[in-house]
Design a binder for this molecule. Structure first.
Ligand code: ADP
Length: 485
């Protein structure tokens, strides 16, 4: 990196090549520039690879598979543990890379490194806990067993909002299970994933076991989906692309994990603790500048606490500052690109045109910055309540009864995360059971953990990541029927 801002202590972690079959290679055409969303400066370039390179990577992963799957689980676990240690050792450099290419604050980037590293640590241990079953035989003289085996070559396609964690969340369990991987990070934020792959090499990941490619999403994605060698695809990104990949994978009947868009509601009930509700809303809405698929997109507040909540939340949001991710005074960083800023502006305009009251922030803060913004008295059919805003704009809507709140919360095709703040145990039980979502945060806006199953229902996707459920996604069950005993 040319300037001091965000310079790495180990410059070798800023890579401009991709990893295929243990070789670091460039592409043929002009490389892709990776820009810092705060300064607009180009911070590095990555190869523009396409279909042929993807097929080479798939072949390499297939060649590496028997050797990797044939190792003991303890041995694979030790490699993952060493990788985890290296991520921790290089935490500061990885955090700087994340802030530079993604824009999030350094504090959040450090948090992401801890979270992302956590998947490597968790699955290093979990590798040794893949168990089989003995099934009581319904016929004398038989022994019935169910074993688990790795699914084979897997692909991991990740988005730009968590450049490290979205990759470790897939690569950790895949390698723990004995699978080999072809990874493709988002074009806007590929540098962290390449550094992660580089640390994997150092940890002893054998050639071909992890391949990391940048370039044409459609070319690389198309080669992955068309390949009968690739037995599983794990994708995190938009519902639109997820649907497309689902269709493309039908011809080769791949296993799929799809972690797609969300439109998370936050329900605040009359008996909620006010400070907890404000903290939950602030974290669930503004973390990562609102650019998270589990960001609270719609905040529904019961009438009895509505005014008190708005006064306290407005004060909180007014105190938040958008700025350079490297400036410790910044609470949120820039958005990823101009289209993201435009979308947030459009949602704000529509909410205000529909009668919303602006209580904090307002808009554009220069470059790709957007002031943390709060609009009250939003109507349930406002654009910001129906589409993922993916930015630092909070819209608050009032509701009457528990049933009305639940009905509003579930009135969406999506079902990733949902949040609620209340104290009455019966309210908590009824609402958390009634919410149509894969995850529910109760009196907290921070729910992600390598130890817990992350994933959605409805149009938010298929499968779970994290926890022992996340490992199952990379394992097939094989039934053995032994007769004549
Ligand atoms: P986001 O809004 O998070 O960028 P996308 O779904 O556009 O969501 O992108 C998520 C990931 O999917 C990125 O790595 C992107 O490059 C990749 N991607 C986009 N289009 C395709 C495609 N046609 N095939 C495979 N991957 C794709």
């Amino acid at each position: 990196m040319s300037t001091q801002r965000g310079a790495l202590s180990e410059p070798d972690l800023l890579l401009s090549q991709c990893l295929i079959d243990g070789e670091w290679i460039g592409g043929e055409g002009a490389p892709i520039a990776v820009d810092d969303p705060f300064t607009g400066e180009t911070i590095g370039t990555v190869p523009r690879l396409d279909k042929d390179h993807a097929n080479r990577a798939i072949d390499a992963a297939a060649r590496a598979f028997p050797g990797w799957a044939g190792r003991t689980a303890q041995d694979r676990g030790r490699v993952l543990r060493k990788w985890y240690d290296l991520i921790v050792t290089h935490k500061e450099d990885l955090a700087r890379l994340i802030t530079r290419e993604n824009g999030k604050t350094l504090a959040e980037a450090r948090g992401e490194v801890d979270y992302g590293a956590g998947f490597m640590e968790f699955y290093a241990d979990e590798a040794t806990r893949v168990m089989g079953e003995t099934i009581p035989a319904p016929v004398p003289g038989r022994r019935l067993l169910a074993e688990r085996e790795p699914v084979g070559v897997c692909a991991a396609i990740t988005p730009w909002n968590f450049p490290l964690a979205m990759m470790t969340r897939k690569v950790g369990p895949a390698l723990a299970a004995g699978c080999t991987v072809v990874g493709k990070p988002a074009t806007a934020t590929p540098l962290t994933a390449l550094a992660f792959a580089r640390l994997g090499e150092e940890a002893g990941v054998p050639r071909g076991v992890l391949n990391m490619l940048t370039g044409s999403a459609a070319g690389i994605g198309g080669a992955i989906t068309a390949s009968s060698t690739v037995r599983k695809l794990s994708f995190t990104g938009s519902t639109e692309i997820g649907e497309q990949l689902y269709r493309e994978c039908a011809g080769t009947m791949k296993r799929l994990s799809l972690e797609l868009g969300g439109n998370a509601p936050l329900l605040i009930f009359d008996d909620a603790d006010l400070a907890t509700a404000v903290e939950t809303a602030a974290v669930a809405k503004f973390r990562n500048s609102g650019q998270s698929c589990i960001a609270a997109n719609r905040i529904y507040v019961q009438q009895g606490i509505y005014d008190r909540f708005l006064a306290a939340f407005a004060a909180r949001v007014q105190g938040m500052k958008a700025g350079d991710g490297f400036d410790p005074a910044s609470d949120i960083g820039p958005l990823i690109d101009r289209a993201a800023v435009d979308k947030v502006s459009e949602h704000r305009d529509a909410a205000l045109a529909g009668g919303g009251r602006l209580l904090a922030g307002g808009g554009d803060a220069g470059g790709l910055l957007f002031h943390p913004t709060l609009v009250a008295d939003v109507t349930p059919d406002a654009q910001l309540a129906c589409e993922e805003t993916f930015g630092p704009l909070a819209g608050v809507i009032s509701f009457g009864t528990l049933e009305q709140g639940l009905q509003l919360a579930n009135d969406t095709p999506f079902g990733l995360a949902a949040y609620m703040c209340a104290q009455d145990p019966a309210t908590i039980a009824r609402v958390s059971r009634g919410l149509e979502s894969g995850m529910v945060g109760i009196n907290t806006g921070l729910i992600s953990s390598p130890h817990a199953p992350f994933g959605g229902v409805k149009m938010s996707g298929l499968g779970r990541e994290g926890s022992h459920h996340g490992l199952e996604e990379y394992l097939n069950i094989k039934y053995l029927c032994h007769a004549g005993l």
